[in-house]
Design a protein around this ligand. Structure first.
Ligand code: ATP
Length: 260
């Protein structure tokens, strides 16, 4: 069963062809990695999946809570379709506490309307109470409970990344997109992140797509890897297949090895 089907997806920025006629199906419940050189189109692909950009041509079909076929997804609606993401540059409310950052994530999916919020009806208080408890539970699972009252900006880098993932999960997504989750992490933090991603996939029954330059993370955690180059999907396969793919070695992995 697939979670996401991308059909003939193309995105041009003027003369730049950032995504060129990509076709791919993403299987439900898998952890999928996207790799490729700088400028290959990886972030543009995420921005198309989350409605930040509209495709020049092609479409994306989501099969999450319900089937949604779209050419023009509104970013603010994304959360209601069961999609959440994190960003390459961490986007937290840095002057707010850790707990408040999570509570904001919950607000995206609360059922009560603006009316009951303004009038402070019982439904509002009930929802508030249970989200507060859920937020604390989520922080506990992410080992951040003892830091709940700290300002987000004062957390160590690795914890900020974790908090961003926790906040994304507060929206109860079915599909989680992680843009370079290991960027700036040390090897110990990266290993913890690997365990965390594996755990949340099971615990939250997620399909996860991650863009990542850290090859040890990608090769260890992903069941399938997509390789982008100049906006093209040039290879798709298991970590082993990708590591042995001549074209990928030439376009990307070879380069990486030389850099080390
Ligand atoms: P990196 O690994 O460096 O993040 P990437 O694979 O994510 O790179 P993209 O950021 O998707 O690559 O960029 C793909 C191409 O599209 C690049 O040539 C980039 O300059 C161009 N591009 C991306 N966004 C825009 C935009 N909003 N306007 C114009 N060009 C853009």
């Amino acid at each position: 069963m697939w979670a996401l089907s991308v059909n003939n997806l193309t995105k041009n920025f003027g003369g730049i062809k950032a995504i060129r006629d990509i076709n791919v199906n993403i299987e439900k419940g898998k952890i999928i990695g996207i790799i490729g050189p700088n400028g290959a189109g990886k972030t543009t692909f995420f921005n198309l999946l989350t409605g930040i950009y509209s495709p020049t041509t092609g479409e994306i079909v989501y099969n999450l809570d319900s089937q949604v076929r779209t050419k023009d997804l509104k970013p603010h609606k994304i959360v209601h379709y069961g999609i959440a993401r994190t960003f390459q540059n961490i986007r937290l409310f840095k002057e707010m506490t850790v707990l408040d950052n999570i509570l904001i994530g919950f607000h995206n999916r609360l059922k009560y309307g603006v009316g009951s919020t303004l009038l402070r009806l019982p439904s509002y208080y009930k929802a508030e109470k249970s989200t507060h408890e859920e937020a604390l539970e989520l922080l506990d699972k992410f080992d951040l409970l003892n830091k709940k009252d700290e300002l987000a900006k004062n957390l160590p880098y690795g914890d900020q990344r974790k908090l961003e993932i926790a906040r994304a999960l507060a929206a109860k997504p079915k599909l989680l997109l992680l843009d370079e989750p290991a960027a700036g992490m040390n090897p110990i933090e990266t290993k913890e992140l690997r365990d965390l991603i594996n755990w949340i996939r099971e615990a939250f029954e997620l399909t996860i797509i991650l863009i990542e330059h850290d090859m040890s993370l990608v090769m260890n955690i992903c069941e399938e890897i997509l390789v982008f180059d100049y906006g093209n999907l040039v290879a798709q396969g298991s970590p082993e297949e990708i590591q042995n793919n001549e074209r990928v070695i030439k376009a990307y992995l070879g380069e990486e090895v030389e850099e080390c």
